[in-house]
Design a protein around this ligand. Sequence first.
Ligand code: ZN
Length: 150
Amino acid sequence: MSDLRELYQEVILDHQKRPRNFRKQEGARHVEGFNPLCGDKVTVYVKLDGNVISDVSFEGSGCAISTASASMMTESLKGKTRAQAEELFKTFHDVLTGKDPREIDEEKLGKLTVFSGVREFPVRVKCATLPWHTFHAALEGEESKMVSTE
Ligand code: ZN
C-alpha cells in the first residue's frame, strides 16, 4: 500500500507543479470558490456546447491538494455530458466523504482515485472537493454565487 501511496503523492505533486487547464476563459460561465479552512481560492470556467462540456479551466491559488484536484478535475470533465459530469462529481464526493471504501468504484473514478487517500485527513477533504463544488455551481449557472465550503 505504501508504494501506491507514494505513486498517488507523485501524481498530486505533478499536477500542483504543472496544473493542466490553468487559464481564464473569456465569455465562459465562471464561479469563484473559497475554502476558508485552508485559504484555497479557485475560479472555475465552463463552456458548454449543448449538453457537452466543451471546455473547462481554472485559476486560483491554494494548497497542493486543491490545485491538483482542480487540475485533474478539468482533465476528467472535458468532453463529458452534464449528466456524466454530475455523476462523476457525486462519485468523487462519496469517496472523499467516507463512503464505505469497499464501494469505491475505481473504474468509474479513473485517475481521480489518487484522492481516495485524502479521506484519512478530514481537514483536507474540503481542499479536494472545493473545485468540484465550484464547477457544480458554474454548471448550474449560479454565476453570481460565491461558493464556500463552510
Ligand atoms: Zn487546501
